[in-house]
Design a protein around this ligand. Structure first.
Ligand SMILES: [Zn+2]
Length: 79
């Protein structure tokens, strides 16, 4: 994955320094030894924060073998 078109039409790139994010579990991060950056990057999930609409797109598969899951920002519910 390099370029990605959001539902709003904005085209982003996963390597965009302002909108490409990396996500990993606490267990993956809390290694009891020094983790080299390439190893850490290899275990993360890719996330794109759309600059046009704020949607988050998460590739839960680390190898991009599945389609991304869309998360739409919602205002907090008022009770
Ligand atoms: Zn968008």
């Amino acid at each position: 994955m390099s370029k990605f078109r959001c539902r709003c039409g904005t085209i982003t790139r996963d390597d965009d320094h302002d909108h490409g994010l990396m996500m990993f579990t606490s267990a993956e991060f809390e290694a009891d030894h020094v983790v080299e950056l390439p190893d850490l990057i290899g275990c993360c999930r890719q996330v794109v924060d759309c600059p046009g609409c704020g949607r988050l797109w998460v590739w839960w598969s680390k190898d991009f073998s599945t389609e991304p899951v869309e998360y739409v920002r919602q205002p907090p519910a008022s009770d």
